[in-house]
Design a protein around this ligand. Structure first.
Ligand SMILES: [Zn+2]
Length: 571
């Protein structure tokens, strides 16, 4: 492909409409253009990179035994009424009537349609397991579409659905998809983690989210630096620090005038926050509950809600008045000794010895408090947020906190849809049995955005080679120089003959413009044919990823380029 003939409308400035890096760069590099809010046209380079991701996804799904199909985008309301989601699904479901006044919707997902396909076509357990997938445009009528391809209204998704005769079979299907997803994101050249996700309310179900690691991600996740452990903050837990064998000392009441905050108290008492236990009051529905936590730790409210057996919407921090009403003590001086309300102690508190607490009296604290001797909580539990440096509970490695972008989700559904839609098969005793289902999504267009969020610098995109639109960009730096032009063309043709995807920048532009565009669109290898060729017969090959430049003679350059490309492809 010749740059001069390709539609690659690069921009010099960041477009005002874009808030996040991937959105800015996709627009600036001429990969996408907005039609309306949350919908985009994929221009040639944008579509080329989408296709790369699709092909990797397709190959790995096929390898895992899934079969590709393509379902209609327009779906009848009647199926959604059978599953109950016509009412349940929010305004993201774009509903409309066709010319015959039949209620319809644009598919945001296809559980209903696939379940209908299987109930009408699969009549024996001998046809199971079955895993069907499609790669298709989905539509969700987001209230605030933003961030370009990260959260659009229309997006390209791979959705797969597995059908098994038994729960055990469904778990095997799930594990096959788990493996396939690992292979997919590895082959895409992305740093990612599979994160255990909240399994929701469906019994017997479980799920994992696949997160591309990027500083700009919306979700914080804890990952181990030594093993594959990764979890959302709402789920992450760690090893409890081993208890100290120091002997318990006598309680000591001490005046701490005006010292309410952890840091002020610790400075005044000359101790570290790890030697203090803070007492926080939460309102759980309408009941005050005290939460005891090491001074340098924070409450993770979802974990607290789980320990209390309530929804996280039912808990909130008490305000100063509620604290005083519940305890008779102003906040800042609370402690567990003699506290008359329900008390939850974090697991870490159990392991501490001789810690400082509030004295339940204004301007006083108590030193050398010990759980068990001086107070007994109603309950203990893991209620704190993990922090960077905590120890991994699987391997003892060190946890790091990082940001992630969800690009895939695998979910063992169970029989929710098959029961609702009466999708059954006769088991070996001729009993009609609902299929056990799983569903597995990958946001294909989102993968491209996430790849850019993870791989870019101030000059532009740095594509992992396997998902770059092409692998090589040749710059002809002087169209008027016959030697240079002919050499650039020869390299271009030879690479094409060898099956290497390549663009020749043959535009009548200054070298500076070509270099800038090359960095912006992020093609893995830039091959420059310019002055050093006419002078010494030297071609320059530069890697976009690490900036390494190798200089090589014209005769050897094609072989060298091919070697570089092959080494970068994660095959
Ligand atoms: Zn670990």
């Amino acid at each position: 492909m010749r740059f001069s003939q390709l539609l690659i409308p690069t921009l010099k400035e960041d477009p005002a409409e874009a808030e996040v890096i991937s959105h800015k760069l996709l627009l600036r590099a001429g990969f996408i253009r907005k039609l309306t809010s949350g919908t985009y046209t994929y221009l040639p380079l944008g579509l080329a990179t989408i296709r790369k991701v699709e092909n990797i996804v397709r190959e790995e799904m096929n390898r895992a035994g899934a079969q590709e199909i393509l379902m209609p985008m327009v779906q009848p309301a009647s199926l959604w009424e059978e599953s109950g989601r016509w009412q349940e699904y929010g305004k993201e479901l774009l509903r409309f009537k066709d010319r015959n006044q039949r209620d319809s919707c644009l598919g945001p997902t296809h559980e209903e349609v696939i379940t209908d396909v299987v109930r009408t076509n699969v009549h024996s357990y001998k046809q199971l397991p079955l895993n069907l997938y499609q790669i298709q445009t989905k539509y969700r009528d987001e209230a605030r579409p933003r961030f370009g391809l990260m959260r659009g209204r229309e997006f390209i998704m791979k959705d797969a659905y597995s059908f098994d005769a038994t729960d055990k079979g469904a778990e095997e299907s799930y594990h096959r998809m788990d493996l396939a997803y690992h292979r997919i994101f590895e082959r895409c050249g992305l740093r990612f983690r599979a994160v255990e996700a909240d399994s929701g309310a469906i019994g017997g179900s479980f799920s994992h989210e696949f997160m591309v690691l990027a500083d700009t991600g919306e979700d914080t996740i804890a990952i181990c630096n030594n093993c594959q452990y990764a979890a959302n903050m709402e789920k992450a837990s760690c090893v409890v620090a081993s208890s100290s064998d120091a002997a318990p000392l006598e309680l000591e009441r001490i005046e701490t005038p005006g010292k309410r905050k952890v840091n002020a108290v610790c400075e005044f008492l000359d101790i570290t926050p790890a030697q203090l236990v803070k007492t926080l009051i939460y309102m759980v529905k309408d009941e005050p509950v005290a939460v005891l936590l090491r001074g340098d730790h924070e409450v993770e409210e979802v974990k607290l809600a789980n320990v209390l057996g309530v929804s996280d919407e039912d808990i909130r921090m008490a305000d100063d008045k509620e604290v005083f009403d519940a305890t008779g003590t102003p906040s800042g001086y609370l402690g567990p000794i003699g506290l008359a309300i329900k008390t939850i102690a974090d697991l870490e508190v159990e392991a501490m010895v001789n810690f400082a607490v509030g004295a339940n009296e204004k301007n006083f604290h108590v030193l050398n408090c010990n759980m068990g001797r001086d107070f007994s909580p109603s309950q203990t539990g893991d209620v704190r947020k993990v922090t960077a440096g905590d120890k991994c509970k699987l391997c003892g490695g060190t946890l790091e906190l990082t940001k992630g972008i969800e690009v895939g989700h695998i979910f063992k559904l169970g029989t929710k849809y098959s029961t609702a839609l009466q999708a059954t098969f006769p088991d070996d005793h001729s009993h009609e049995t609902p299929f056990v289902m799983g569903c597995y999504g990958i946001g294909v267009s989102r993968v491209v955005a996430a790849a850019i969020e993870q791989n870019h610098d101030k000059d532009g995109i740095i594509f992992p080679a396997p998902i770059a639109p092409v692998q090589v960009l040749i710059l002809n730096l002087d169209l008027k120089d016959e030697g240079i032009t002919s050499a650039a063309q020869t390299i271009y043709k030879k690479l094409q003959e060898k099956g290497i995807e390549v663009i020749l920048d043959d535009r009548d532009e200054r070298p500076g413009v070509k270099f800038k565009d090359a960095d912006l669109i992020g093609i893995p290898f830039r091959v420059t044919v310019g002055k050093s060729f006419s002078k010494d017969g030297i071609i320059e090959i530069r890697s976009r990823a690490d900036g390494n430049v190798s200089t090589i003679t014209f005769d050897d350059c094609v072989e060298e380029i091919i070697k570089n490309v092959q080494n970068s492809m994660n095959l």
